[in-house]
Design a protein around this ligand. Structure first.
Ligand code: 16G
Ligand code: MG
Length: 542
């Protein structure tokens, strides 16, 4: 380590003294103007992680669905996964070290993790379309370079595309080519082959409206469009040509406000979807003939996908274990439908993609989705081999199913939830099954639900267990929630400290919207009273 050079360059990316940031659920996130030093230091850290794992590490500059003025950064581990937890702690220490302590922290991390400093390092970098992203990614590069790391800057990419690049590079090209072309070709080939097998009578022209949140998804979808246009025609809205990133549009807006994005005209029964700002989430929706808005969230996406995969497995005659992974936010109706009608086992983990991803890896086929639209399906290597063999050997009908499955495996991004890849999978399944958006929506009816936020002095006073479905502290809070839940039918409620905002989140569902709203309000009051609420008491009404 050339400590002199590190000190010199670090001074050019000086940390505002006193600023403390946390490597949260999805990396560091805050106002862009506070992030320069964090970017530089994450460049340094990525080099250490690369040396330690002897693999390529990714750095993504994005703040996903957060406002345009924010930014963020996260590191991507060798197989495209989120950074290992012990390194999240190192990231926090390094980001918060005052200038004079930086060197010591770097050396500490290297020693603790037995990093061989002589080892080569390679880092790949991607960024979203925020005005601040280009300069911030340059700061990452400065950090990489000063520690002697090699790098490739992919420039503008969706978050899942960067995960894909990292995965490709660390698997010797077996997964795919680590170029944007490679990504487009791999997914489009699988999609076009799949949809060719769709024998929809009348061969209705497949078209889809896509709200791109004024983000990177628009650019990438536009580049990719002509690769798959045989199977699907997409019409892009909120493509960044005028509106602001994530403002009144995008998957997070649509899901949390349960209404369509601005800037998109929707005729009745047209299939529409929204990406978030870095294109790793997707939700679908439509207006019915009476003009009512219907949201099809991550739970219904998981249901469509896992049902289809199960059907294919039955057809091929393979009894592979398939599991669906959700979080506490999954609508109770979806869990019931999957378990009772589809007979698919369902598991619940804590919020945050890394927890779901990890759990899904335990199955031959693991489908995971957060209700907010972040998810994918993972296939074990053994399954992939088995299916490829079946596609060669089985007789006609079974072979067809095995071929479909083979293409679906190629179409899912195995490295991360990916709005583009999920969109193509969903469109293929709808075409193959001849399902309309209303028929898909009609699989089950969501229980009415409500989410609220409560301000407290210190949200860490709330700790939870059982995949965040029960509060352990403060004392009395879970008992209070239990008593409130008992007052309503088909009801459920939980609270958890947010991992991305300084608030406590409240979720409630019940047999009617009125009941869900009341329950959510009453639980908010319990949180306010028992967990140190600040500011105004939560008011009823929304
Ligand atoms: C982050 C997570 C997302 C989770 C959300 C919860 C990733 C890539 N993203 O955006 O999965 O749903 O945080 O936010 O892990 P909350 O803790 O504020 O509710
Ligand atoms: Mg995102």
């Amino acid at each position: 380590m050339d400590l002199g050079a590190i000190t010199k360059y670090s001074a050019l990316h000086a940390k505002p003294s006193g600023l403390i940031l946390q490597y949260g659920t999805a990396g560091f996130r805050t106002k862009a103007e506070h992030l320069d030093h964090v970017m530089f230091r994450m460049g340094l850290l990525a080099v250490l992680r690369s040396k330690q794992t002897k693999s390529t590490i990714g750095v993504m500059v994005t703040a996903s669905h957060n406002p345009e003025e924010d930014n963020g950064v996260k590191l991507v581990d060798p197989l495209g996964e989120m950074l290992a937890p012990s390194w999240e702690e190192h990231a926090t220490c390094l980001a918060n070290a005052e200038e004079q302590d930086m060197q010591r922290v770097l050396i500490d991390i290297s020693e603790k993790e037995a990093v061989n400093l002589q080892q080569d390092a390679f880092v790949v970098i991607g960024r979203d379309t925020r005005p601040s992203s280009e300069k911030l990614s340059q700061s990452v590069i400065d950090g990489v370079t000063v520690l002697g790391g090699q790098f490739h800057d992919y420039g503008l990419l969706t978050t899942p595309q960067l995960h894909y690049m990292v995965y490709c590079r660390n698997t010797g090209g077996r997964y795919g080519k680590a170029t944007i072309e490679g990504y487009y070709q791999k997914l489009s080939k699988a999609f076009v082959e799949l949809t060719k097998q769709a024998s929809c009578s009348g061969d209705e022209y497949r078209s889809l409206k896509v709200d791109c949140a004024n983000g990177i998804g628009a650019l990438k979808l536009r580049e990719m469009e002509h690769y798959f246009s045989q199977g699907l025609s997409v019409q892009l809205f909120n493509d960044g040509s005028k509106g602001k990133l994530n403002h009144l549009c995008g998957a997070d807006f649509v899901k949390s406000h349960q209404k369509p994005p601005q800037g998109m005209e929707i005729k009745s029964n047209e299939r529409c979807c929204s990406f978030d700002g870095d294109a790793d989430r997707i939700v679908y929706y439509y207006h019915d003939a009476d003009g009512h808005f219907h949201l099809i969230d991550g739970d219904k996406i998981a249901t469509l996908i896992s049902s289809f995969l199960k059907e294919l497995l039955v057809e091929i005659g393979e009894s592979l274990n398939i599991g669906v992974v959700q979080t506490a936010y999954a609508n109770g109706s979806s869990t019931r439908y999957l378990e009772e009608v589809m007979k698919v086992p369902v598991y619940c983990t804590k919020t945050g993609v890394k927890h779901l991803h990890h759990k899904a890896q335990e199955f031959d086929i693991g489908v995971y989705f957060e209700a907010n639209g972040h998810g994918t399906a993972l296939f074990s290597t053994a399954v992939e081999m088995k299916i490829k063999q079946s596609a060669e050997q089985l007789e006609d009908k079974k072979r067809k199913a095995a071929k479909m499955l083979e293409n679906i495996i190629d179409l899912f991004n195995q490295a991360a939830g990916d709005a583009i890849s999920d969109m193509l999978v969903i469109e293929a399944i709808l075409a193959l099954k001849g399902l309309t958006v209303q028929q898909w929506d009609g699989l089950y009816t969501d229980l009415p639900n409500r989410q609220l936020k409560v301000q407290v002095a210190d949200r860490r006073v709330i700790s939870t267990t059982n995949a965040e479905r029960q509060a352990v502290t403060p004392p009395g809070l879970q008992e209070a929630i239990n008593d409130l839940v008992k007052k309503y039918k088909l009801s459920r409620a939980f609270v958890r400290p947010s991992g991305t905002e300084d608030v406590v989140r409240v979720y409630a569902e019940a047999d009617s919207q009125e009941s869900a709203d009341h329950l959510a309000h009453e639980v908010s009051l319990a949180v306010f009273q028992l967990a140190g609420g600040i500011g105004e008491r939560p008011q009823p009404g929304f």
